[in-house]
Ligand binder design. Structure first.
Ligand SMILES: *[C@@H]1O[C@H](CO)[C@@H](O)[C@H](O)[C@H]1NC(C)=O
Ligand SMILES: *[C@@H]1O[C@H](CO)[C@@H](O)[C@H](O)[C@H]1NC(C)=O
Ligand SMILES: *[C@@H]1O[C@H](CO)[C@@H](O)[C@H](O)[C@H]1NC(C)=O
Ligand SMILES: *[C@@H]1O[C@H](CO)[C@@H](O)[C@H](O)[C@H]1NC(C)=O
Length: 477
């Protein structure tokens, strides 16, 4: 009994799956905009399409049967009504339909009657084409989004053909007898073409990366954590959103918590970014030993009154200049714990627990340890989006220095703490100047975000935005 309970308990974390740390929600507004852009794109592409040849037979009593081929068929004009697309919950996918499409085509005809060959040109009109395609969305084992055709129906209302040249006057009167065959030939090709383009799209999705190196130290894993979720008005994709240290690739000792991005149907898309994502980056740097720095005197601005020189430390540690006069010092600064962010309504908080080890550099290069301080600080910040830029501001809420150990005897840290606090405020002021100017929102070659808003919520940041596709020579508004 007990072993089986243990097995079940061990399986729970696996079967529950992990909570997505990044969620992307496509609203109906976004879907309709995407469709509008896609329809324009398809119409442009259709006019460049060459259709495969169509061959058949015409039976004319006095001649018997004439073999014909319609070749070099190109679309000259396409009356492309706005298609409809909707979230389709039954199959977790989309249903796309177009109805009343008309196409004008042109091409050449060739006939064979025994050894007699004849040729000419033709114009064709295809009327009232209706196509309905249903696709389902899924997730492959590697976490790619997948798309599969579930059904496709195509119907062509009517076809009209005008033959020109050669002996076309002979068979033009018989068009009404064989156009049904041509209509069904074309009708049968529509769905295989639709399905082929869905397979191509699936190929693109499979080829997409689910892991990205952000710099030389961190990689971001972005596979889907579960199946896409679709309701009548949204598509929700959940991504892992975890940063790893490239060096250690270990999971942080904390987990992504579930969160619900508020519905924002007025925007095309919403993105929820949990504090887990930011903290996994922090853990990645920490586990790779990157939250540490060595500060020496050459890094102190030349104009500064304070120098990393034992002789200048008298005001803070009176005994130091007497014990080690005139020596330069090094400071080893590092994080004692993973610096963790917490998102709270309207604010981002960061706790930093660090330590400083001070050394005196002997003339022979030996570093003599002097003392160790703990530095604990808390920051809170705001982030917002204005004028297409992500901006922010940070304030320091708490800053304390505590002497942990000393090789030079005990000393009061108050004076040092005040100086360090002033130093930290100077650094923050510079940082705030940069944050106030902000950084431009990421922008791709073909699309940019517009009307973007950002809210910090409990445990996550919610970004809602419209998108604008940038295609030359086309106005989609
Ligand atoms: C201080 O550190 C920098 C960078 O590590 C180094 O280039 C420089 O020589 C060091 N200066 C002293 C005085 O040790
Ligand atoms: C440290 O400061 C003292 C007093 O200002 C100076 O005499 C000494 O040269 C300095 N040491 C170094 C290595 O610069
Ligand atoms: C370097 O100098 C210090 C202080 O004079 C001394 O204690 C230490 O043994 C010396 N180290 C070496 C490697 O010479
Ligand atoms: C600052 O930190 C100290 C030590 O951790 C604590 O006693 C104090 O209450 C904190 N002050 C604020 C404003 O958080």
């Amino acid at each position: 009994m007990l072993p089986s309970i243990i097995v079940v308990l061990m399986l729970i974390p696996l079967t529950c799956g992990e909570n997505p740390a990044i969620q992307v929600i496509l609203t109906n507004k976004g879907l309709q905009y995407g469709k509008h852009v896609g329809a324009g794109w398809i119409q442009d592409k259709l006019e460049l399409v060459t259709l495969p040849d169509i061959s058949g037979e015409i039976h004319i009593s006095i001649f018997g049967s004439i073999d014909y081929t319609l070749t070099g068929i190109t679309i000259t004009k396409c009356d492309f009504p706005e298609p409809s697309v909707e979230f389709y919950q039954d199959v977790t996918g989309f249903k796309t339909s177009i109805s009343g499409l008309s196409v004008a085509l042109t091409g050449g005809w060739i006939t064979h009657l025994g050894v007699i060959h004849d040729r000419g040109s033709f114009n064709m009109a295809i009327f009232s084409v209706d196509v309905t395609s249903v696709v389902t969305l899924g997730k492959d084992p590697d976490g790619h989004l997948s798309v599969t055709s579930v059904s496709c129906d195509a119907h062509i209302g009517d076809v009209d053909i005008q033959f020109h040249g050669g002996a076309s006057w002979i068979f033009q009167p018989f068009v009404k007898h064989f156009k049904g065959y041509i209509r069904s030939e074309i009708e049968h090709r529509v769905c295989p073409d639709v399905e082929e383009s869905i397979v191509m799209l699936e190929g693109y999705l499979q080829a997409m990366k689910v892991s990205f190196d952000v710099d030389q130290d961190l990689t971001l894993d972005l596979p889907l954590t579960g199946l896409p979720v679709i309701d009548a008005s949204n598509l929700n994709l959940g991504f892992k959103g975890e940063f790893y240290s490239i060096k250690t690739h270990t999971d942080p000792p904390f987990e992504s918590q579930p969160f619900t991005v508020p519905e924002q149907s007025g925007y095309m898309l919403s993105v929820g970014l949990s504090e887990f994502t930011l903290n996994s980056a922090s853990y990645g740097y920490y586990s790779a030993g990157l939250f540490q720095a060595l500060i020496n005197d050459s890094m102190i601005p030349p104009g500064s009154h304070l120098h990393l020189n034992t002789s200048a430390m008298g005001p803070f540690i009176p005994q130091l200049p007497k014990m080690y006069p005139g020596l330069l010092m090094n400071l080893q600064v590092y994080a004692r714990e993973v610096p963790l962010f917490s998102f709270q309504p309207g604010a981002v908080k960061l706790g930093f627990q660090g330590a400083v080890k001070a050394f005196a550099i002997q003339p022979n290069g030996t570093q003599t340890p002097l003392f160790k301080l703990n530095v604990d600080s808390k920051f809170s910040g705001k982030v917002w989006i204005a004028g297409g830029r992500l901006k922010g501001s940070v304030t320091m809420n708490n800053f304390t220095l505590m002497l942990v150990s000393s090789e030079v005897g005990t000393f009061q840290t108050d004076a040092m703490e005040s100086i360090a606090r002033i130093g930290a405020r100077v650094v923050l002021a510079k940082l705030n100047e940069k944050l106030g100017k902000g950084v431009v929102l990421p922008r791709m070659k073909q699309a940019q975000l517009v009307n973007t808003v950002l809210e910090v919520e409990e445990g996550f940041i919610a970004i809602s935005s419209d998108a604008q596709v940038l295609l030359p020579d086309r106005d989609f508004n």
